[in-house]
Design a binder for this molecule. Structure first.
Ligand code: NDP
Length: 333
């Protein structure tokens, strides 16, 4: 991490690729820890929030200038002096953006058994943090009833696409938006009832025709949130998952109709996925890999190969160039 951005992160300026440090894979001392080969790394929208002045408090720690980025990933243990993991094990957790690293604390990682034989990339997408986000919060707050109308934004990404399918599974009519016709076609294939490209069709127009809505899954914030408030039925649930339209700007969009939160008795649930782990994590790992392997839950991935392309991949997710879950493939198994 090289420089705190003010707007969109800039590859080569905000982040740089650095080959100056090496690890001797055979001889590097482990000091009771384990040597890990990084296989896949996740690129997530919230990484932009970690590129901030480190004195500003937030739910995720800031990236530190001069240090490698870190994020969710899957690695393979090559050598171990810790009884928790043995050579050949695959682990999931917060990995540094390095090809290899030595870890000390096994509690920070989860052993992936992967009985289903899924590709490892899936464990940072639909079977990882984004899938958990969708699964936990939908179960916790949607209170979905058959026939209700759910509106899902950024619906082609790993969070949105999973929500669309959970909402359909609960018998909702699903209205879903995405930023290109190609993304819309993918969301259509997930079974959404009404899909549209919000860049060419006004969201308000669609919600007026297909609403009112009972559940709003917000991934984008801004004027879309404003439109959703206007289209909401009394007692609607708003699941405030993300506001990506506001992540790269200093000027927050002023929501003008918040007063309807009172009159419509809206329930607004802002959340951070970690806070729901204790309640849902084990259930998630029992259910999601099995359903994904069975083809019941679909997903789309967008690979970038190599750590030297991380900067571009981060920018792509912020601008919507990614087509599904953005994953950095660092190495094959
Ligand atoms: P995606 O893979 O869907 O990538 C983000 C997408 O956001 C882009 O592809 C783009 O899709 C869309 N987007 C970008 N800019 C804008 C904009 N200005 N207006 C509207 N849409 C925009 O991301 P994820 O599925 O990983 O994450 C989705 C949301 O969930 C994010 O807001 C993220 O921060 C949030 N999140 C929250 C968590 C929590 O704990 N609360 C945990 C994980 C994710 P398009 O082309 O369709 O516009």
């Amino acid at each position: 991490f090289k420089e705190i951005p003010t707007g969109f992160p800039e590859p080569g300026k905000t982040t740089v690729y650095d080959e100056s440090e090496t690890i001797d894979l055979e001889k590097a001392p482990l000091n009771g820890g384990f040597l890990v080969k990084t296989l896949v790394l996740s690129i997530d929208p919230y990484m932009r929030g970690r590129m901030r002045d480190p004195t500003i408090e937030s739910y995720a720690p800031p990236y530190l200038i001069g240090e490698p980025l870190n994020n969710f990933g899957v690695g393979k243990v090559l050598r171990s002096e810790n009884p928790a993991f043995k050579a050949g094990d695959h682990i999931y957790g917060m990995l540094p953006f390095q090809e290899y690293f030595i870890a000390q604390n096994p509690k920070e990682y989860r052993l992936l058994e992967n009985k289903e034989g899924l590709p490892w990339s899936v464990y940072v997408g639909v079977c990882g943090m984004p899938g958990q986000t969708a699964y936990y919060a939908w179960k916790e707050w949607s209170d979905a009833k058959k026939g209700e109308v759910a509106f899902v934004t950024a619906a082609s990404g790993p969070v949105g696409a999973t929500v669309v399918q959970l909402a359909k599974g609960d018998g909702c009519k699903v209205i879903a938006s995405a930023g290109s016709d190609e993304k819309v076609a993918f969301v259509n294939s997930l079974g959404a009832d009404v899909t549209f490209n919000y860049k060419t069709v006004p969201t308000r127009k669609v919600l007026q025709k297909e609403g009112p809505i009972n559940i709003y899954w917000d991934n984008v914030g801004g004027e879309t949130l404003e439109a959703a408030i206007d289209a909401a039925e009394t007692h609607s649930r708003f699941i405030e998952c993300g506001m990506i339209s506001q992540y790269n700007t200093q000027d927050q969009y002023p929501i003008k109709n918040l007063i309807y939160v009172v009159a419509k008795q809206l329930k607004i649930y802002g959340f951070i996925v970690f806070t729901l782990h204790a309640k849902y994590e084990e259930q998630f790992y029992k259910e999601m890999p099995r359903r994904v392997a069975a083809g019941e839950i679909k997903y789309q991935e967008d690979f970038t190969h190599g750590l030297d392309k991380v900067g571009e991949a981060i920018l792509d997710v912020q601008t919507g160039k990614n087509k599904g879950k953005k994953v950095i493939i660092v190495a094959n198994d």
